[in-house]
Design a protein around this ligand. Structure first.
Ligand code: IMO
Ligand code: MG
Length: 421
């Protein structure tokens, strides 16, 4: 029997603190793999007083001896990747030794990034609020069966293929009336493509399945389940499968290989970009969450929208993902509140429901349960029994509502500020 592929997923709208948790978990696995998304992700790792934001590179990169795989489901921007690798090198780690690239991962071209900007500006008020990293346009070309993949860089006619895809983009720029210099970054991009050739480029599906015969692996999700292309608040989503099935298609492993599914959520909610956010706060409480939680984008620097924990959305995501272990992050950010609210159902058009609505234009009114705040500093506590009773009540309520156990609680950014039960 083979070993299992454990999966760690964000259950909300991204930025749940996946970086810290993958970093904590990565030490237990000899390999970490990214299976979807691209440099739209920003996973902050903190160690030895340093901060590193992992974008395309799996968060296991700084763990001694670990193998880090960029799977076929990922979209890779050679320029961003090269820059990220240079930052890894500066911290004393050789990326070429530790990273494996899937031949089948799709490449983000400079014109994909321009297309992201062109489409967003054409969308006006209906814009998604994308990170402008070219994610949507690259996946569009993948599905349209004309994308370029990492394995293609070794073909003698690679540049012709590049020009052919660029020509498709130019036609679309013309019809959108979008003006740009499509070749402004071509030289730099081709240079970065040469840099990719220094890496081990693998058949990810064989590599991962072979690896699982002898060792365990952790699959690191990016974005969150509420941004999933199928199950998120479409069209205000990202363009990949961020839910558990994405780990199978994004690495080439069967569902029977999946072991634990760690579902990460914050003790409150945030969202960057547009789209429904039922528990969003526009008052002082929202400001406090943003300030205390440092809720500003790791990729774009945008202030994040903040609100109370939404159990309707969390339950929806956990069900789709088959979460075995819930992980609650940033609990300490609620320390100062007198009262803490949790959304337990919605009122949509005057009707109570516990389903996340299909219609993203629906007016959703959250129905809250209120808790008494604990008004104590959680960040120094290292033992579950040391938690204030009000906080234990908060945890117990979430667990009962979800029918799942919260097995890890984070009370601060450091690796040590992690309480396992
Ligand atoms: P991590 O991995 C938070 C959001 C964008 C936008 C929508 C689509 O750090 O949790 P895209 O560029 O993917 O086409 O944008 O998705 N988004 C994220 N929000 N964290 C992320 O990644 C995100 N990646 C994309 O803000 O609303
Ligand atoms: Mg992010």
């Amino acid at each position: 029997m083979s070993n299992k592929l454990d999966v760690v997923l964000g259950l909300q709208w991204g930025d749940e603190g996946k970086g810290k948790m993958v970093d904590v978990l990565a030490g237990r696995y000899p390999a970490v793999a990214r299976f979807q998304g691209g440099p739209n992700a920003g996973h902050s790792l903190q160690f030895e007083g340093k901060t590193f934001v992992a974008r395309s590179i799996p968060s296991g990169i700084f763990r001694p001896g670990s193998i880090n795989i960029i799977g076929n489901g990922v979209v890779l921007d050679p320029i961003e990747f090269m820059e990220e690798c240079s930052n890894v090198s500066k911290l004393g780690v050789d990326p070429k030794e530790k990273i494996r690239l899937s031949k089948k991962a799709h490449l983000i071209l400079p014109t994909h990034r321009l297309m992201d900007a062109a489409l967003e500006s054409a969308a006006g008020k209906g814009k998604i609020g994308s990170t402008l990293k070219g994610i949507g346009p690259t996946y569009t070309d993948k599905i349209a069966r004309r994308g370029l993949r990492v394995g293609d860089i070794l073909r003698p006619d690679f540049e012709q293929r590049y020009e052919a895809l660029k020509a498709v983009h130019l036609r679309e720029f013309k019809s959108l009336g979008f003006e740009c210099d499509p070749d402004a970054e071509k030289g730099k991009w081709m240079e970065a493509v040469e840099f990719l050739k220094g890496f081990e480029i693998v058949d990810c599906e064989y590599f991962v399945n072979d690896f699982l015969k002898n060792g365990e692996m952790l699959a690191e999700g990016a974005q969150g389940s509420m941004l999933d292309i199928d199950f998120g608040s479409y069209p205000f989503v990202t363009s990949s499968s961020t839910t558990v099935g994405g780990a199978c298609t994004g690495l080439g492993v069967p569902p029977s290989s999946i072991g634990k599914v760690f579902g990460i959520f914050k003790a409150y909610c945030t969202r960057v970009g547009s789209g429904p956010f039922p528990t969003e706060l526009f008052d002082e409480d929202g400001e406090t969450l943003r300030r205390v939680g440092h809720e500003f984008g790791a990729v774009t620097g945008r202030p994040r929208r903040c609100g109370w924990l939404d159990l309707v959305a969390l339950n929806y995501a956990s069900t789709i993902d088959g979460v075995s272990d819930l992980i609650m992050m940033k609990s300490d950010c609620l320390d100062s509140f007198d009262r803490i609210k949790v959304c337990v159902s919605y009122e949509v058009d005057g009707e109570r429901t516990d389903h996340f609505p299909f219609d993203t234009t629906a007016v959703i009114k959250p129905v809250y349960k209120e808790f008494k705040g604990w008004k104590k500093d959680l960040s120094a506590i290292r033992d579950f029994n040391g938690f204030p009773s009000e906080f234990k009540d908060y945890i117990a309520f979430i667990e009962e509502y979800m029918g799942r156990r919260i097995s890890i609680i984070s009370v601060g950014p450091d690796r040590e500020a992690t309480i396992e039960r």
